[in-house]
Write a protein that binds this ligand. Structure first.
Ligand code: NAP
Length: 570
């Protein structure tokens, strides 16, 4: 008898198709087997993907290693995935509501920001009726999903992590094309998405454990965490895998159901994640995929009376709007909507005269220009004390001039395009404003046909200038001179944001002071202010940077639950 690995139909499976379905399901003798892209063989029954979550969770959480692109085999695998993804571009993708694929009369295109005439894919512009349908589907699925044991829910996350691991280069490739990430940035994004799945799976098992409470005599007293209901998950495009997967998986693993509305500049990555969820067999309706402009369907989703929570990451402007709309009770609404809002930043790297100046310059450049400065954690301000200002500035400019900007499909490219025409226009407008507010030291230019902007440094800027206060979200570094450490710290705290910050100093008393007074959600010393790691650096900001939800931390899942106290008289 021919076994699954010799299953005749294997011969007819197109290898490219198999690669996209890293785990390709094959039926054999009434059992499903997974055809692995890595081994090119069917090596375990699908049921095994759901193998005991508790066993899996006994392996302590470890961050997913980054891919070493100095190795020829990894470079080749990434090139192949880029080639494969290019063949798959330009297709039309539906909504996914209650497990059903649905089209819409109108579609929109997601395009390659390096070459806007290249369409990544077309996506349905959901109608308001389809938004309502998605909420209904999520509510329906909630009735059964909330009863699924925590171990099983966590099992889906572990299986999805495994699937994304197998599709690592494939996910990277979509990000390189869809949002212009360099290889290294795209790979870190996929790795973080896997981390969230692994971390929240384990966190759910911890949360589900019985909590010892002080007991009243003659009673049995317990506290259990139950899910909220059907919620909206609205991620940004700048970590199109990590943040989208993180918010969605946290909501789902705690027993909620979701309407996932991805950013309109990165719907493809979310679509690929939906395919992963289908592949691991997540029940229909637990995650509903609804694409379309936030400006058109956002209000209807947020205001829907049956929406129980909104998990949002994005701009200050949209976050505040959601906060306001969600606060207003609608007809038929019987709860206060929970909002989890992560917003922008105007993050600072502070350098004092005791610092290792080379390390500080490296940290400033990496924080300002990684992924074209399009990170909420980007160090868009460098605040340098007078004594070492010129020295640090010179090093920063020299290092910046060496950064390559261009074709991100090549592994050596450091910076690609900014995400779209709006971002391109907005950033260039800020550069013009900046030219009037400070001294342009390098950059300031742009070139097409993609949305390429040179890494730009504007120095001698006053702390209250617009480019020192407003989030630009692009490759623009504002440099501010402080007379001493005290003033530098004051300047660092002088915006309405409070997301990340970094201090380069060898003075332990100052480091201790900054731990108390540098008012940001994620504070770093003698390292860059970007690159938070799941687990070690729970992430979220103060003030207008959001509700400080601390993603990837031990408190995050609680935000998606409500605690129920149960007392039973014996
Ligand atoms: P954005 O314009 O606010 O969009 C974020 C999401 O909100 C997108 O899915 C967008 O959909 C949707 N949206 C837009 N208008 C809406 C509305 N009226 N109602 C409901 N949803 C609506 O932000 P972005 O440009 O994608 O992301 C960049 C921003 O995110 C920056 O400010 C950055 O600092 C912030 N960010 C913060 C964190 C953090 O953890 N604090 C992390 C990453 C990014 P459409 O795309 O369809 O408009």
């Amino acid at each position: 008898m021919v076994g699954p690995c010799g299953y005749p139909q294997i011969e007819s499976v197109n290898i490219a198709q198999v690669l996209t379905f890293a785990c390709h399901e094959i039926q054999w003798s009434n059992q499903s087997f997974c055809f692995s892209a890595d081994t090119k063989e069917c090596h375990f029954p699908m049921a095994k993907m759901m193998e005991s979550a508790t066993t899996h969770a006994q392996i302590p959480f470890k961050n997913e290693p980054l891919t070493d692109f100095s190795k020829a085999e990894n470079r080749q695998a990434q090139q192949e995935a880029l080639g494969l993804v290019r063949q798959e571009m330009g297709q039309t993708h539906p909504l996914l509501i209650g497990g059903q694929r649905m089209n819409s009369e109108e579609t929109f295109a997601s395009v390659n920001p390096a070459n806007p005439s290249e369409v990544i894919g077309y996506f349905a512009s959901a109608t308001l009726e389809q938004v309502n349908e998605a909420v209904r589907a999520a509510e329906e699925a909630f009735k059964s999903w909330k009863r699924v044991p925590a171990e099983e829910r966590a099992g889906y996350l572990f299986a999805a992590a495994e699937a994304m691991r197998r599709k690592r280069f494939y996910f990277n490739a979509w990000m390189i094309y869809e949002v212009g990430k360099s290889w290294v940035e795209a790979d870190a994004d996929t790795a973080e998405a896997i981390d969230f799945l692994e971390f929240y799976g384990r966190e759910m098992l911890r949360l589900a454990e019985d909590k010892p409470l002080p007991q009243i005599e003659g009673e049995e007293d317990r506290l259990v965490y139950i899910p909220l209901g059907a919620g909206a998950v609205i991620p940004p495009w700048n970590f199109p895998a990590a943040i989208m997967v993180g918010m969605t998986s946290a909501a789902v693993v705690t027993g909620n159901t979701v309407i996932l509305k991805p950013a309109s500049t990165s719907p493809m990555i979310a679509w690929q994640f939906m395919r992963v969820l289908e592949e691991v067999g997540l029940p229909a309706g637990v995650v509903n995929f609804v694409t379309g402009s936030g400006g058109k369907i956002g209000d209807a989703l947020i205001e829907h009376p049956r929406i129980r929570f909104i998990a949002f990451t994005g701009s200050r402007e949209v976050g505040l709007r959601i906060h306001e709309l969600a606060a207003k009770p609608q007809k038929g609404q019987i709860w206060l909507k929970r909002t989890i809002l992560e917003m922008g930043g105007k993050d600072a790297v502070v350098v004092d005269e005791t610092a290792d100046l080379d390390a500080a310059a490296d940290g400033i450049v990496a924080s300002a220009f990684g992924f074209q400065g399009q990170k909420c954690s980007a160090g868009s301000r460098a605040i340098i004390v007078e004594q070492v200002y010129d020295q640090v500035l010179q090093k920063v400019v020299e290092k910046t001039k060496k950064l390559s900007v261009g074709d991100v499909t090549k592994p050596e490219t450091y910076m690609g395009p900014v995400v779209d025409q709006n971002a391109f226009n907005k950033i260039n407008a800020y550069i013009e404003i900046g030219k009037g507010e400070g001294r342009l030291l390098t950059g300031g230019g742009h070139h097409g046909p993609g949305y390429f902007i040179e890494p730009t440094i504007i120095a001698d800027v006053a702390p209250q200038a617009r480019i020192a206060q407003e989030e630009i979200f692009g490759p623009v570094l504002t440099v501010i001179k402080a007379k001493d450490f005290d003033e530098a710290l004051d300047i660092a705290n002088s915006t309405e944001y409070g997301l990340t910050g970094s201090l380069y100093s060898r003075d332990s008393a100052r480091i201790e002071r900054a731990k108390e007074e540098f008012h940001v959600g994620n504070l770093y010393f003698n390292r860059k202010c970007t690159g938070a790691m799941v687990g070690a650096h729970p992430f979220g900001g103060f003030n207008m940077s959001g509700t400080d939800s601390k993603t990837g931390g031990p408190d995050y899942l609680l935000l998606f639950t409500q605690a129920k106290s149960i007392a039973v008289k014996k």
